[in-house]
Design a protein around this ligand. Structure first.
Ligand code: NAP
Length: 279
């Protein structure tokens, strides 16, 4: 790759970061739109994170994505933050302007946009939503669903204290329920979202019984490796609408790419294939 002074640079900060699909995703768009830019993996240890971020603009970077475990540290570093970042207490995208660092959270947009595209019939006011998980990604899902206007968000998590903390973060629409209440939580729900790491390659299955879900319910998983998790397969067998997790990754990247490189990119079947080939 030839790099000129005008080449716009961006990357993804994580530790580890080798598993990230973002370099392939942004690389596909850079090539497709013929943009003089590059997007690289940036493996940075937690103790070096603040210094690395401050150095990036001086090295010609226009911005960066932030992934595990740095999203909360990134939130604290930013002098300016968008509303989604403020709501989540986490930043997944940085934009540099001189020495000023702006932080945004595009995971919220990515989750909702993928849900709306994958389940166009779904309306936030169709009924209660059930969220399983209360980690970093679950925060973006919870904020997105409450912003969208779900009438009630039922949060269940292995560690109930984290579900309670997440419910407190997003406000009175949400309530944390004990794991044993899952059948009751699913009954009457319009949407079920898995935001745990269960179902991912190398992890245990989620292994829940979705029988209490109504026939009109939609089931979404944010795990995208494999594309069809056991949860989605069970939902499909029952004839429920399903939404896989890959689109969340693709759509969260869209506003970031536009901000860094000045072109709003399209999420296409070719892009999905290119990102999946990274497996
Ligand atoms: P995280 O902060 O580490 O949270 C992990 C969540 O999974 C917690 O709720 C945790 O429960 C639960 N969990 C883990 N192992 C479990 C087990 N054995 N039994 C029950 N619950 C378990 O991780 P994250 O960043 O939120 O990521 C979660 C998943 O989302 C990952 O698979 C990640 O790849 C995926 N993700 C996808 C996208 C996308 O764009 N599609 C974006 C971000 C993340 P406890 O609180 O009890 O530990």
């Amino acid at each position: 790759m030839k790099r000129r002074n005008s080449t716009r640079l961006a990357g993804v900060l994580g530790w580890p970061v080798g598993h990230s699909r973002s370099p392939r995703l942004h690389g596909h768009w850079l090539q497709h739109y013929g943009i003089d830019g590059a997007y690289v993996p940036l493996p940075v240890r937690p103790e070096d994170f603040a210094e690395a971020v401050r150095l990036l603009p001086r090295m010609g970077f226009v911005g960066a994505n932030v992934t595990v475990p740095h999203k909360e540290a990134a939130f604290r570093l930013c002098s300016l933050r968008d509303a989604a970042a403020e709501r989540c207490g986490a930043v997944n995208m940085l934009l540099f302007d001189g020495d000023a660092i702006e932080g945004r959270n595009t995971d919220v947009f990515g989750f909702l946009e993928n849900l709306r595209r994958g389940a166009p019939h779904w309306r936030a006011d169709d009924g209660p939503a059930v969220l399983i998980g209360a980690g970093g990604a679950a925060r973006a899902v919870a904020v997105g669903l409450v912003n969208a206007g779900v009438p009630e968000l039922r949060i269940l998590n292995r560690t109930q204290a984290r579900a309670e903390a997440l419910a407190a973060l997003v406000g009175s629409t949400a309530r944390a329920l004990p794991w044993s209440d899952l059948p009751r939580a699913l009954s009457g729900a319009a949407l079920l979202v898995n935001a745990t790491s269960l179902g991912m390659v190398g992890q245990d299955k989620l292994g829940i019984d979705i029988a209490p879900l109504p026939n009109a319910a939609t089931v979404a998983d944010i795990v995208y490796a494999p594309l069809e998790t056991d949860l989605l397969a069970a939902a499909r067998r029952r004839g429920l609408a399903t939404v896989d997790g890959l689109g969340m990754l693709l759509y969260q990247a869209q506003p970031a790419f536009a901000a860094w490189f000045g072109t709003k990119p399209e999420v296409t079947p070719e892009l999905r294939r290119a990102v999946l080939e990274a497996e």
